[in-house]
Design a protein around this ligand. Structure first.
Ligand code: GLU
Length: 132
């Protein structure tokens, strides 16, 4: 279980995402994170623990982003660490971010194949296979 929120629209979305995650916090409180599309590049803020930590990390500064993604994690695969917090990215973090609710059941085989093909993983999660 986890909480997911995304926004694409005319409004600055940093605070919208953080507020939305607060309402979804009961769905996962191991870690939380947001990805914001700023000047054509994704930027990430992630924190372990409850949402207050993400709020502190994100700060009060405004972001021009009007597209973004947020997640509160209930860890199933991989420890409760910042590296395992979503949104997750792959080789081009400025271009692609994902969040996942649930489990990628065959992630071990997928990961093995991807590693053989030269992919480098940054987290221990099952979810990261999706980004690759
Ligand atoms: N299986 C994923 C993970 O542990 C997502 C868990 C969730 O639904 O929050 O990272």
């Amino acid at each position: 279980m986890c909480g997911i929120i995304g926004y694409v629209g005319p409004r600055e979305c940093k605070q919208l995402l953080l507020h939305g995650l607060e309402r979804l916090e009961y769905r996962g409180y191991d870690s939380a994170g947001i990805a914001l599309l700023e000047d054509g590049r994704l930027t990430y803020t992630r924190a372990v623990g409850n949402l207050k930590n993400l709020r502190a990390e994100a700060g009060d500064s405004r972001s021009p982003a009007t597209t973004g993604l947020g997640h509160t994690r209930w860890a199933t695969h991989g420890g409760v660490t910042e590296a395992n917090a979503h949104p997750l990215a792959a080789e081009q973090p400025e271009k692609l971010a994902i969040v996942l609710n649930g489990i990628v059941e065959n992630y071990r085989e997928l990961r093995e194949r991807l590693v053989e093909a030269g992919h480098v993983f940054a987290s221990e999660t099952d979810a990261e296979t999706v980004t690759h």
